[in-house]
Design a protein around this ligand. Structure first.
Ligand code: ADP
Length: 482
């Protein structure tokens, strides 16, 4: 194991560190070196059920603790993660491939959810509603839904866990977590730190292993009240269908296909900076990454030149290279998709302004050149599908209504961005864009206190902010006749 930072690489069930009953393991690889980082237990339905047993039992006491007690635990976990910030970041570097600066950024982002929900736990207010009869009273309680199953992706292995778990714990729920098979070690590290923070046994459980078996066991289990998932639209739909039999609550953060609209009156420096942060962060592997960059015809040459100049400064490298701004793609499949999108665009007439291929200097790992394509048209695959890689396609437009229509013509509706210095244009655009998140002159809207989430096939529910608590709470109406 290259990190030597994980004391444990086991399943965490009911406060115990255990192996899969079969004794089987699977390997986690470093995307930068293709080396094995660590074997991890290959859990299945048996382990998934044991985790629910533990979470279900722990729910009895955790849901009855005061909000102040829960808040204290969440805050403690937050503090302990920060004390071990470099270790967590190193695990992220080793299994996800992102450079240390991005990894440290992710740890800060991850703990911001714990900090915020440690406070919000204390503000889960009920209501009273005026009754229509003198002898009646209407009282509304908010109560935790129960055991929550969280299934998380590999692009933000720490933040996607805390964004789900912090509000769940604040609400009084207990959780079973299945991290992505590419990045389970961060989840295990976070669980280790939760144990150090003294979280009661069974409140958090981590099961690594066979996604289908674990997912199916949780879908079938009546004791699991809610599934919260971040990942592909395809798997999201599968989980939503599977949740129907036991009528579970479902929160889904799925794919995106974010448009950026740069108007002729935009502050060019701001627009280029925003496009870079939204497009190239995490090597383009975020669901809110800019995927279609519509630029008003009058400024296409200036915008393209400036973008080229700034993107050329991005340093791609392995996590342990201090200069690196972005790392490799997660695996070969990811690389093939990115390359296929570029090849298809070029075949159909797009030009490569910068980059366009895998970086030959690395014989292992899927490092890809930050790429800019110009002359992109709607019929190219890159305009239909999420690329999940460092490729910025530029499309010209010259009509506001038309560009809004094009931006909206997607089955996805997660994030969209617009750059303009004109207030009226900004308002028109943010009102008409059919997306859950709109950044106006802002390429990085994600933050703990705001509701993150998509519409259409990008998902259901919101994570972050006080809205992020709603899906973990049941509303109970009490009617009293005096
Ligand atoms: P990606 O294609 O980006 O890897 P996925 O949707 O496949 O996205 O993965 C996101 C998470 O969903 C991962 O933790 C993965 O293991 C899990 N997953 C994949 N398939 C299933 C399934 N059939 N049931 C439950 N979880 C699944």
């Amino acid at each position: 194991m290259s990190t030597n930072l994980l004391d444990l690489n086991k399943l965490f069930i009911n406060g115990e560190w255990v192996q899969a009953e079969s004794g089987e393991t699977f390997n986690v690889y470093n995307p930068a070196t293709a080396e094995v980082v660590s074997p991890v237990p290959n859990g299945g339905d048996k382990e998934a059920r044991l985790a629910v047993d533990a979470a279900h039992e722990a729910f009895r006491t955790w849901s009855q603790a005061t909000a102040y007690e829960r808040s204290t635990y969440i805050k403690k976990w937050h503090d302990i993660i920060l004390e071990h910030k470099e270790e967590v970041a190193q695990v992220l570097v080793d299994e996800q491939g992102k450079p240390m600066t991005e990894a440290l950024g992710e740890v800060n982002y991850a703990v911001s959810f714990l900090a915020w929900y440690a406070e919000e736990a204390k503000r889960i207010y009920g209501e009273t509603i005026p009754a229509s009869a003198i002898d009646k009273r209407i009282i509304i309680l908010k109560q935790p839904v129960g055991v929550v199953a969280a299934i998380t992706p590999w692009n933000f292995p720490a933040a996607m866990i805390t964004r789900k778990i912090a509000p769940a714990l604040a609400a009084g729920c207990t959780v079973v977590i299945k991290p992505a098979e590419q990045t389970p070690l961060t989840a295990i590290k976070l669980a280790e730190l939760a144990e150090k923070a003294g979280l009661p046994k069974g409140v958090i459980n981590v099961v690594t292993g066979d996604a289908k078996k674990i997912g199916q066991a949780w879908l079938e289990d009546e004791r699991v009240a809610k599934i919260t998932f971040t990942g592909s639209t395809e798997v999201g739909k599968l989980l939503m269908r599977g949740a129907a039999d036991t009528v579970k609550k479902v929160s889904l953060e799925l794919g995106g296909h974010a448009p950026v609209i740069v108007f002729g009156d935009a502050d060019l420096d701001k627009a280029v900076e925003g496009v870079i942060v939204s497009k190239f962060r995490n090597a383009g592997q975020t669901c809110v990454c800019a995927n279609r960059i519509y630029v008003e015809k009058s400024i296409v040459p200036q915008f393209t030149a400036k973008l080229r100049e700034e993107v050329a400064k991005i340093k791609v490298g392995a996590g342990n290279e201090p200069e690196a701004n972005i790392g490799p793609l997660i695996n070969e499949q990811a690389y093939e998709k990115v390359q296929a999108h570029i090849d298809d665009a070029v075949e159909k007439g797009a030009s490569i302004e910068l980059g366009g291929k895998r970086i030959a200097a690395y014989d292992k790992g899927f490092f890809f050149e930050p790429t800019i394509l110009s002359g992109v048209r709607e019929d190219m695959v890159i305009m239909q599908e999420e690329t999940f890689g460092p490729v910025a396609p530029i499309i010209e437009f010259d009509d506001v209504e038309d560009v809004i229509k094009k931006a909206n013509s997607s089955r996805y509706g997660l994030a969209a961005y617009a750059y303009t210095e004109n207030l009226k244009t900004a308002i028109t655009v943010y009102e008409k864009l059919e997306f859950g998140i709109v950044g106006i002159n802002d390429g990085l809207p994600s933050t703990a206190q705001a509701p993150f989430g998509g519409i259409k096939e990008s998902g259901l529910g919101r994570e972050g902010g006080h809205h992020g608590l709603d899906d973990f709470l049941e509303v109970k109406y009490v009617s009293i006749k005096l």
